[in-house]
Design a protein around this ligand. Sequence first.
Ligand code: DGY
Length: 322
Amino acid sequence: MKKKVLVTEPIPFHVKELLEREVEVELWEQADQMPRELLLKKITDKHGLITSKDQIDEELIKHAPVLEAVSNISVGYDNFDVQALKENNILATHTPYVLDETVADLIFGLIISTARRIPELDRYVKEGNWTHSIDTPMFGDNVHHKKLGIIGMGRIGEKVARRARLGFEMEVSYYNRNRKEEVETKYDVYYEDFQSLIATSDFILLMTPLTNETYHLIDKDAFENMKESCFFINASRGAVVNESALIAALEQKQIRGAGLDVFTQEPVDISNPLLKMNNVVTLPHVGSATAETRDEMKQFTAESMLKCLQGDKPESLIKELK
Ligand code: DGY
């Protein structure tokens, strides 16, 4: 008898076919997230779950007596209770490698849009305000030759560093739990302690995953120590930043602006003050959202799931389970 896999995200037909060659697939094809109650019901006879937003925690695991593997269609997996998965011998995979360049492109888009005020100027033109040449109050800031400080030097951080060094001749430093000497040599970047990176960067890019240790890593103190001309860019997870402290820092002009692909609450609430600020560029968590990359991520996830269910440990296994 074939093993059963529940997929709570839309997947392309070829990925469905790939899965169906080996397993019985149940798909949730609605745009809204599968209601939790329904998920807890449907998981009871499933050997695999492919998801990207569902919380995989003790409660879900209790409802899943035959669950062998969970695969996230995203590189971040802060929706997984890793300890609970470990204790219950459930394998878990994510999507490293396939999205690195795509997310790095988006990050550069955010850096440039924020510094050069592209969305604000776009609105200015479309609203019919371009009646004469714009003057100093609407000018942006240079990106090239500025200093970029990357907090969290993983695979995506490396791709951003390469773009910054080669394309924009920026000075690039990084702060990371572990120093990465091979990355320093390869991309000509340097390690810096957290406080010094915060105090001296023109652009601060937050790329560290959300864990218990990184929750609210960027807080009131951090914003107070940034340069007034600093642009803060977040493409990791909203909760790595204390969002109230970010709002206060922007209101009090402690920093120049922010480029945000992620928020504490997603989708972001329309009443969030960040949405009213002209010096904040906001995106709906689209780091990896190109048609090609999302397709590749889904295919990669399906392949990872099949490997897990065949008793293999794929390369995409989350590091805590390796
Ligand atoms: C992920 O996959 O975790 C990223 O947030 C990409 O957008």
